[in-house]
Design a protein around this ligand. Sequence first.
Ligand code: ASP
Length: 323
Amino acid sequence: MKKILILHTGGTIAMIEDKETGAVEQNQQNPLLLHTNALASIADVKVEELFQLPSPHITEKEMLLLKEKIETSVREDKIEGVVITHGTDTLEETAYFLDITIQSDIPIVVTGAMRSSNEVGADGPYNLISAVRVAASDSAIGKGVLVVLNDEIHTAKNVTKTHTSNIATFQSPQYGPLGIVSKRDITFHHMPTIRETYEIKKITKKVILLKAYAGMEGSIIQAIRTLHPDGLVIEALGQGNLPPRMVPDLKELIDSGVPVVLVSRCFNGYVQDVYNYDGGGRKLKELGVIFSNGLNGQKARLKLLVTLEMTNNHDELQEMFFK
Ligand code: ASP
């Protein structure tokens, strides 16, 4: 039997619903601990409650602690797979952070739930069992950090939360899942083409994420400058264009040495230097804007946060964001 480490971090999967008020909240005892015995037939599980946090309370600090915890367990306890339970709101961010910062090839699977533990149709216990099955599967080795919910296996890189309440909320727009969990098997039908990891020991930078909209003005960029960011990610329009009134202030920000990464607010496709009008992608590229490769805004922000620990050179960052 494989040695699997389960790390609980909180979220709805570990919460209960107050039947009188309907409020969903933390319980003194994590209800997931009741399911530990059911996992014993799948793997040799070791369970730790690392945090008990709703996922909007998770910061880069907790992500880094998780990374360190996993690395130590692989090194010292010879753990062969990891399952992390996490609130779904920021689950994709923690999963992606671990994906680009952990070098190990062992399966690391992140899961959560849309319904709290005592609601009818609670999806948490089932998702936890599925996640442990995937983490214990040889076919999950070397595929990067995976997100498993609702019988689907997604890459941390492509998955995103798409629905506020539906249990089928996690989707990988444009790519689809990597595989499925069925009653008898764990089946992968796609392979990730590249694995990208960066060695970091700390997070010291400040990176801001901004969403563009019609008529947006440069004053927002001026306001952001007063916060002294080390980097800025902008969810641009369409194929990578911005309202022209933002451009002069954006140029000043870039000229002052702050890297600006562009992603699209469209959830399919890539940003490219296509349009040559004022604010168009071609002009933005000439200004020194870095184009990303289909990551969504929240993940590009984490990637910039991580890569800035190594360099803030424009060309080196552009190379990393092409991957
Ligand atoms: N708000 C909750 C959280 O992210 C939602 C969930 O876990 O599904 O912690």
